[in-house]
Design a protein around this ligand. Structure first.
Ligand SMILES: NC(=O)c1ccc[n+]([C@@H]2O[C@H](COP(=O)([O-])OP(=O)(O)OC[C@H]3O[C@@H](n4cnc5c(N)ncnc54)[C@H](O)[C@@H]3O)[C@@H](O)[C@H]2O)c1
Length: 363
């Protein structure tokens, strides 16, 4: 179940699974396209398992190594504060080719998200108009409704397991971390405004025995929630999808620092024009993204005290995100890696990446 089902990611992933399940083909300006799962580690990568009797290397699909559900079998549902059917959401997203969308309209027209929890201070003011499909009541009543929604989705679709994924709008950082489970539960009883909607979905999921994954950068997984997950032996995880620029940064920074090259400055600039970009144009929501993107480099720096000798020695790390409506979902990411090499030399790597935002995250 997706929280934020009617967003760009939610509508794209739904269309992708339906198209694959039906084996759809469609015409694009490149010619006939066929549904696939390119970009999926599980569905489209292979693992080397050794050599055959003639010494040739043998690779098998990742998905054949351990038993796992095929994505075509996944039933998708979820919540959104915006009441819009998934066909219209797919249209608004402007991600998929027209000929593919036409084949999916009838089925996606019947898919409508469940009402959701909305706390106006957590997302940007520019998202307010979307909030027309809401669960009302106290925080406790809202969590109870989330639990009911999960239980009824599971029984109605006769499912083995429900996984809840937050792919909703990036929230601001919650000011309170609620260190223990008791503090968190007290805060819910008191209707404390600092309990974020994403944390409430995580609580509802844990209490229903469902894994909860956070695809956005805010501090959903606060200590009190982690304590609750430990007590219930539940699974919670995730800190932003990190599907494009940050994924590349993780690989490249790991490569540089792992090779004994010392990045002195990592300067990252993005512009994008979808609704995610619109929300991130507000300072508090941008701050959540900035913290999450920066933490990745901090962790890698800690891994090499030969290069970064002092505790506060780390690269200058600058992150800029600009909202440019005209480019829509086609996000531009420009990064410069300025590093120190042998005998005081300098090395500069510049990257320009145009990444179809929701096709990266959708996988
Ligand atoms: N490549 C990527 O697209 C990418 C990468 C990393 C992280 N993310 C994160 O994933 C999230 C979704 O991205 P998107 O492009 O689909 O954004 P989007 O704005 O298109 O969709 C977000 C959806 O969440 C809904 N929503 C907001 N608050 C809600 C709530 N409390 N409950 C239920 N629904 C709610 C909105 O109405 C909207 O439909 C964002 O937080 C984004 O930062 C995206």
């Amino acid at each position: 179940m997706l929280v934020g089902w009617a967003g760009n990611n939610g509508s794209t992933v739904t269309a992708m699974i339906l198209a694959n399940r039906k084996g759809l083909k469609w015409q694009s300006k490149e010619g006939l396209e066929t549904s696939n799962y390119f970009g999926s580690l599980i569905m489209s990568s292979t693992v080397g398992i050794g050599n055959d009797s003639e010494g040739n290397e043998v690779y098998v699909p990742f998905s054949s190594i351990v038993p796992m559900a095929h994505p075509n079998e996944i039933v998708i549902g979820g919540w959104d504060i915006n009441r819009v059917d998934l066909a219209s959401a797919m249209d608004e997203a402007k991600v998929l080719d027209y000929d593919l969308k036409v084949q999916l309209y009838d089925e996606m027209k019947n898919m409508v998200p469940l009402p959701s929890v909305y706390s106006p201070t957590f997302i940007a003011e520019n998202q307010r108009d979307r909030a027309n499909n809401l669960i009302y009541g106290t925080k406790q009543e809202q969590i109870d409704q989330i639990r009911k929604d999960i239980a009824s989705f599971k029984s109605k679709n006769n499912l083995d397991r429900v996984i809840v994924l937050w792919t909703a709008t990036t929230e601001r950082w919650s000011q309170r971390t609620f260190e223990t489970e008791e503090e968190l539960l007290d805060a819910i009883r008191e209707n404390n405004e600092e309990v974020a909607p994403s944390t409430m979905f995580a609580i509802g999921s844990l209490l229903e025995g469902c894994p909860f994954i956070n695809g956005s950068p805010q501090n959903t997984l606060i200590p009190g929630l982690v304590r609750m997950a430990e007590r219930l032996d539940g699974f919670i995880g995730g800190d932003d999808f990190k599907s494009g620029q940050t994924k590349l940064k993780a690989v490249l920074t790991d490569f540089l620092i792992g090779s004994g090259i010392k990045p002195l400055a990592i300067t990252s600039y993005n512009h994008l024009g979808n609704n995610d970009g619109r929300n991130l144009s507000a300072p508090l929501q941008f701050k959540s993204k900035e913290i999450s993107k920066a933490s990745l480099v901090d962790d890698l720096v800690k891994s090499n005290p030969l290069l970064y000798k002092k505790i506060d020695d780390k690269p200058d790390h600058t992150i800029v995100i600009k909202y440019v409506p005209a480019v829509g979902d086609s996000k531009r990411a420009m990064d410069e890696y300025y590093s120190e090499i042998l005998m005081g030399g300098r090395n500069v790597i510049s990257i320009h990446n145009t990444c179809e935002d929701s096709l990266l995250a959708g996988i």
